[in-house]
Ligand binder design. Structure first.
Ligand SMILES: [Zn+2]
Length: 238
């Protein structure tokens, strides 16, 4: 569903960080079972941002701390209602994973550096797509875990409740560009070594949107991205 990617960052001794486990109960349970079968020890779950499909949980993960940027706790009932009203989830048919307990601010070794037993993780916080939204940079391996940014299957999905969603998004792209990551892991879509191409596609989409010009971008053809594209045109088009 939503070509969702859940990421597990694993340290040399098997300590691991589970990022955005999703979406159905069966998928989250399967992810936890795989982690167990590989002998890894999850120390925490990371939510890149506070949209319901990034705040899911399962019985094998629920005892772990849930880390994110400092974000006001969203009411679990509201999130569950948003989840249950989701048309893609209804189409998928499987029971969804439960909504996790509210996330807490992640522990920091130094400014923006995650304090945990695994490999170094630099946390970037920006306002593209959601406020706040985090990305994890793994400098040792050149990996950027981008959350709901830099997808090869989704157009930029703007936070239309912001004063200037396009400017926020462009600023976030600049922050992600500065990582110079070799491998991009989007929360929806496919892993790729094409950071530059993705940045160019997102910037082209946004400038066409603002100018009211149609461009060839097959990322707005899926039902949910088509709906988002129409909402963007209505909100920030000329
Ligand atoms: Zn999102």
């Amino acid at each position: 569903m939503y070509t969702t990617t859940s990421t597990v960052v694993v340290g040399p001794d098997g300590a691991c960080l589970v990022v955005d486990p999703a979406v159905t109960a069966r998928e989250v349970d399967g992810l936890a079972a795989t982690i167990r079968a590989r002998g890894w020890t999850p120390v925490a779950v990371w939510s890149t941002h506070a949209h319901w499909d990034h705040l899911l949980d399962g019985p094998a993960l629920a005892h772990l701390p849930r880390w994110s940027a400092d974000v006001p706790a969203t009411d679990r009932e509201t999130l569950a209602a948003e989840r249950d009203a989701d048309p893609e989830l209804a189409r998928n048919g499987g029971p969804p994973a439960p909504i996790a307990a509210p996330a807490i601010a992640f522990p920091q070794r130094s400014a923006g550096v995650l304090d945990w037993p695994g490999p170094p993780v630099q946390v970037l916080v920006h306002a593209g797509h959601a406020r706040p939204h985090t990305a994890l940079v793994l400098p040792d391996s050149g990996v950027l875990v981008a959350g709901d940014m830099l997808s090869d299957v989704e157009i930029p999905l703007l936070d239309l409740s912001a004063d200037d969603p396009v400017e926020d998004y462009l600023r976030a792209l600049a922050l992600l560009e500065a990582t110079d990551a070799e491998l991009v892991v989007p929360g929806h879509g496919h892993v790729g070594g094409d950071l530059g191409r993705r940045l160019a596609a997102d910037r082209a989409y946004l400038s066409a949107l603002v100018a009211g010009v149609d461009i060839a971008d097959d990322r707005h053809t899926a039902p949910w991205t088509a709906a988002a594209h129409a909402a963007h045109q209505a909100a920030v088009g000329p």
